[in-house]
Design a protein around this ligand. Structure first.
Ligand code: XIL
Length: 340
């Protein structure tokens, strides 16, 4: 903990975040978290599947415990996630036999979820919640024609039940709830992965642009963008070309909304963290990324790592983070704090 604090190195540029579970909020893990970060995302606790009791009624007991700890530490919180095809109860949009609910039933469930989650966390942590991933990973096409984002929509339960405007409806409703809570400033993100691939970036860009135009047409008095943040999950590997990341950032800047790097990790190419050359390559990519993030820091509001150390990562077999099993800084850490 006598190492340079990442959050201090980038304090004039963007927030530094990490993904947390309860176990990160005590002991040496908490010390490391506080030393380098000023923002957190719940790695799992705030996902829809954790918001309901067995009888299907809302139950935020577990997640609130985590958010209360985060609040005690004074860390800012990015809400993750409201509408997603994973880690969400199927009954929100589908019947037991797998067929979709009617549009109205599914819309009611989606709106009830958005309202209850946003109100709950607002009651627990108020302004400490600075933003939400409203819709996550809605795009997953064959990319043959990425400008046609409708053709690239993921075949999810939400899409089948509500139709392709479920994304617009989710953001519109989240905006309404945020405004009712007096949170006109709350940033509403569309979040997705493979953000370095240009066809995906084009689809994300086209979707956000069109949805924001539709909202502007329907709400001429509201000068805000409906989707006010684009989340680049940034689940990369040591072979990712940083120049593609730059191209995506430049494209997203045209949307004139906040850019967030929301789930950054860089896997090694083989599942063996002892190969020195791989760790070097990983560190090199981290350095290139932070040089680019720094260059565009006027547009990037936060860079969030997806986990504190390799052992606890969702991709632990490829050692993707800055600290190793014993919480010791890897080359990747030194690359991040001194990327030149
Ligand atoms: C992952 C978590 O890290 C895992 O612990 C969990 O088992 C599955 O989800 N995109 C997202 C995150 O938006 O919520 C995912 O997190 C990683 C991919």
């Amino acid at each position: 903990l006598d190492l340079a604090q990442i959050k201090e190195v980038y304090e004039d540029d963007f927030l530094i975040g990490n993904a947390v579970s309860m176990g990160d909020l005590e002991g040496p893990r908490l010390d490391l978290l506080n030393h380098h970060h000023n923002l957190v995302t719940a790695e799992n606790a705030m996902k829809p599947s954790y918001a309901y009791g067995d009888d299907g009624s809302f139950d935020f007991t577990g997640s609130n415990e985590l958010v209360e700890r985060v609040a005690e530490e004074g860390l800012l919180l990015h809400g993750h996630v409201l509408v997603w095809h994973q880690q969400s109860p199927e009954w929100l949009h589908s019947r037991e036999d797998g067929t979709p609910l009617s549009r109205d039933e599914a819309l009611d469930n989606m709106q009830a979820h958005i309202r209850n989650a946003m109100e709950n966390y607002d009651a627990v942590y108020g302004d400490g919640v600075i933003s939400w991933d409203v819709v996550n990973e809605a795009l997953d096409g064959d990319w043959s024609n990425p400008e046609d984002w409708r053709g690239q929509l993921r075949d999810s339960g939400w899409l089948r039940a509500i139709g392709e405007d479920y994304i617009y409806e989710a953001f519109k409703y989240a905006r309404e709830v945020a405004d009712e809570l007096g949170r006109e400033d709350l940033v509403l993100f569309y979040n997705d992965y493979n953000d370095d691939q240009q066809s995906k970036a084009i689809a994300m860009y086209s979707m956000i642009k069109e949805i924001n135009e539709q909202y502007a047409d329907e709400n001429p008095d509201d000068t805000r963008k409906l989707i006010s943040g684009v989340g680049m999950q940034a689940h990369y590997n040591a072979n990712t070309n940083p120049e593609n990341v730059r191209l995506s950032i430049e494209r997203f800047i045209e949307l004139d909304i906040e850019i967030g790097v929301t789930e950054l990790d860089v896997t090694t190419l083989t599942p063996n963290e002892t190969i020195e050359s791989e760790l070097e390559r990983q560190a090199y990519l981290y350095a290139s990324l932070f040089q680019i993030y720094d260059e565009y820091s006027d547009h990037i509001s936060r860079v969030t790592f997806w986990g504190l150390n390799d052992t606890n990562s969702w991709r632990s077999d490829r050692s993707p983070l800055l600290f190793n099993d014993t919480l010791t800084a890897k080359q990747a850490y030194y690359a991040v704090v001194d990327p030149e």
